[in-house]
Design a protein around this ligand. Structure first.
Ligand code: SF4
Length: 376
């Protein structure tokens, strides 16, 4: 059993329900105690064992001696003009991670309203995709399960009554499948009806294409898979995504064809469109070919220009024409609307804008934690 410690105590929120049950039984508690504690922590969001009113006082005291209940320290909240909100959190070792909440009112008769939370899985990222500012940071460390789940728990707690997060996407800082075991633990709680109770249909994990980990993920949970593709030849993909040297485009597409998709699901292929690099008609034709034999949909993401890169965004007309080319050849294809660009919350912008942030700038509401209590 992987154990995460805080001040010598076990980080309760990084445990699975089964692990918690084994630990509590060993301490002399009845078997049902684990579910009681689990519900208090994940459904009621309590931060203090003393608030668990259906547990005897001496048992609560014992629990507090053995376990910690950790939260992320809110560091900053940035609200975009378009309704997107970026949450910056300080983790216990002083680093920052970010989550982005993206409300979408939906279109009558076409799509339902959604409230999507884009979550981080690592501090920084090792994948070094050349178009992504987070990649410049390099990898500092993996997030613990508790640090992953707390993003959803704490953002939900900060919303006005009646508003709920409807969808979770792992497209924030980090490559989620590079932190697979902690991600799986976190997904266990996020999908558990006694935990945060999200449907697997509403949870998407995005990857650069770590093929063995993709297949492992599918063997454990039926969440949605998104693959960050971004090029149509080995050579061009290797130019922007170094992972291509390890898992080539051919291996990746084979892995996608073998991916055991649940009924009615498709793999989403994200395609960041960069003018003159991957947006030619030859690219479009190759993309159609790559999608053949895969239950897929393509999500075109016009590049978000920024001063740190010389990469250009194609015109809206060109993006539309590219989409039309794919759709007319039988490929399901949508264009992602840019959101949160004024607060550096758009795709590929996370992390850089908040480097060097100071904790005194904290101004968001919701559960807080003393840094002295946070995991070492
Ligand atoms: S695009 Fe994703 S995987 Fe690539 S560097 Fe950025 S955060 Fe990492």
């Amino acid at each position: 059993m992987a154990r995460f410690l805080t001040d010598g105590r076990i980080d309760l929120k990084s445990m699975t329900l089964d692990e918690l049950q084994a630990e509590l039984v060993a301490l002399g508690h009845p078997r049902f105690r684990a579910k009681q504690v689990y519900k208090w922590v994940w459904q009621r969001g309590v931060s203090d064992f003393m608030d668990m009113s259906n547990i005897a006082k001496d048992a609560r005291t014992q629990l507090a001696e053995h376990f910690s209940i950790d939260f992320l320290a809110p560091a900053m909240r940035l609200d975009s003009e378009d309704g997107t909100t970026k949450y910056v959190w300080q983790v216990a070792d002083g680093h920052h991670i970010e989550s982005v909440l993206i409300p979408d009112p939906g279109i009558e008769g076409h799509s339902k309203p959604r409230m999507t939370l884009c979550m981080s899985s690592q501090v920084g990222c090792a994948m070094a995709c050349s178009f992504c500012l987070t990649g410049d940071l390099g990898l500092t460390r993996n997030l613990r399960p508790a640090e992953i789940i707390n993003q959803a728990l704490q953002v939900q707690a900060s919303l006005p009554e009646g508003q709920r997060i409807t969808n979770l996407v792992f497209m924030g800082m980090g490559e989620p499948l590079h932190n697979l075991s902690n991600l799986l633990r976190a997904l266990g709680v996020l999908l558990d009806e006694d935990g945060l109770n999200f449907s697997h249909r509403k949870v998407t994990v995005s990857t650069v294409g770590l093929v063995p980990q993709m297949l492992k993920l599918a063997s454990v949970t039926p969440v949605n898979l998104a693959v960050s593709l971004n090029a149509t030849t080995e050579e061009t993909r290797a130019q922007v995504m170094p992972i291509t040297r390890r898992y080539g485009l051919e291996d990746l597409m084979r892995g996608c064809r073998e991916f055991p998709l649940p009924h009615a699901k498709r793999i989403t292929f994200e395609y960041v469109m960069m003018r003159g690099f991957n947006d030619t008609w030859d690219d479009a034709a190759r993309l159609v070919k790559l999608m053949s034999g895969v239950k897929s949909k393509v999500n075109l993401i016009p590049y978000n220009e920024n001063p740190q890169r010389e990469i250009l965004r194609p015109s809206d007309e060109h993006v539309k024409a590219f989409q039309h080319f794919l759709v007319s050849r039988g490929v399901q294809c949508s264009v992602r609307r840019t959101r949160g660009i004024d607060v550096s919350a758009a795709c590929g912008q996370l992390g850089k804008a908040t480097q060097g942030l100071r904790i005194e700038e904290a101004n968001i509401e919701g559960p807080t934690v003393s840094l002295d209590d946070a995991p070492a």
